[in-house]
Design a protein around this ligand. Structure first.
Ligand code: GLU
Length: 319
């Protein structure tokens, strides 16, 4: 039975094809939701400008269905309507919480050489364009090509308890500093868009991979500045990495689900491998429904999952 007060989302970015790591996160998110009666929205996060690949959104949807996942609402596309993000930027601007920034990546990189910080997605911003006093911005200065917008990040540590990863604390000012809320392409930044959407779509359960763990305190600051809430509960899952310990990518061979599908690998094998990665069973083919019956969050290993050549051989039936 679905209880309307709990809502979760699957939020693929169509910047590339879904790979086995994405599939594990979506499968766990889906299973948690279906076990606990949360509603599921499908949100396509297509604001990442030139990195968005034509056809990738449609392909992701098809692949999720092929795996046996379903959802109750959507797909919605962020790019289809920028007004909610504009309204949020307008609010932040009128509060004096954001400012325009014209720094190039090179300039920021040069500054971070002397004070290295940041995370894998964002370098620490040295504050070059930050005005000494908050300066309100006019509506026409928001979402303009050529000028990025940054949030004046308050000092201090942000704390939260993750439903899987446990207690977390991060000083956003020290780690990434004033982060982007709009990019030079004139589009809302990821941190802003995700908060605006999670709040307006009443998402209270966010399940995603732990490369986004350090983004959560940034998002919590935005919730506060925008007067939104309550905060969702966050569940961050360990990443799937290659044998070299680096996040799953092209260098580890082809881990795209479309690749396996084209080779005739049945979805049951993919789910079987994901089930093993979730600590459920030794590799045996299973359907999404079978996974749902077995899945327990407590069984999920805390360590990163390593995708090996023997996993690939098993998927391809060469074991
Ligand atoms: N679109 C993001 C991704 O594919 C997920 C963002 C989120 O869950 O907050 O990694």
């Amino acid at each position: 039975m679905s209880s309307p007060q709990f809502r979760s989302r699957l939020a693929p970015s169509p910047t590339g094809a879904l790979h086995l790591g994405n599939a594990r996160t979506f499968l766990v998110n889906w299973a948690l939701a279906r076990q606990r009666g949360w509603q599921i929205m499908l949100r396509i996060e297509d604001l990442d400008g030139p990195r968005v690949k034509p056809g990738a959104a449609e392909e992701s949807i098809e692949i999720l269905q092929w795996l046996g996942l379903d959802w109750d609402e959507g797909p919605t596309y962020q790019l289809a309507d920028l007004t909610p993000y504009q309204a949020a930027l307008y609010q932040l601007a009128s509060q004096g919480d954001i400012y325009s920034c014209t720094c190039t990546r090179k300039e920021i990189e040069a500054a971070s050489l002397s004070a290295p910080h940041g995370d894998e997605h964002e370098l620490r911003y040295p504050g070059t364009c930050r005005p000494s006093q908050p300066v309100p911005l006019a509506a026409e200065q928001l979402l303009n090509k050529g000028t990025a917008l940054r949030l004046r990040v308050p000092q201090g540590v942000v704390k939260f308890v993750d439903q899987f990863a446990g207690e977390q604390s991060l000083d956003v000012d020290e780690s990434v500093g004033d982060f982007l809320v709009a990019t030079k392409l004139g589009l809302p930044g990821y941190q802003l868009a995700v908060v605006v959407d999670d709040a307006r779509q009443a998402i209270d359960q966010v399940v995603r991979s732990d490369d986004l763990l350090s983004s959560t305190p940034r998002q919590m600051i935005l919730y506060e500045k925008l007067g939104l809430g309550p905060l969702p509960q966050y569940t961050h899952l360990p990443l799937v990495v290659g044998e070299d310990g680096r996040r799953l990518a092209k260098r580890h061979g082809d881990s795209r689900l479309s690749y396996f599908r084209e080779l005739g690998v049945p979805p049951d094998r993919i789910i079987g491998l994901l089930a093993e990665w979730c600590g459920l069973s030794d590799r045996q083919p299973m359907t999404a429904k079978g996974f749902l019956q077995l899945f327990e969050l407590q069984c999920l290993p805390f360590e990163q999952v390593v995708y090996t050549s023997s996993d690939e051989a098993w998927l391809l039936g060469n074991d």
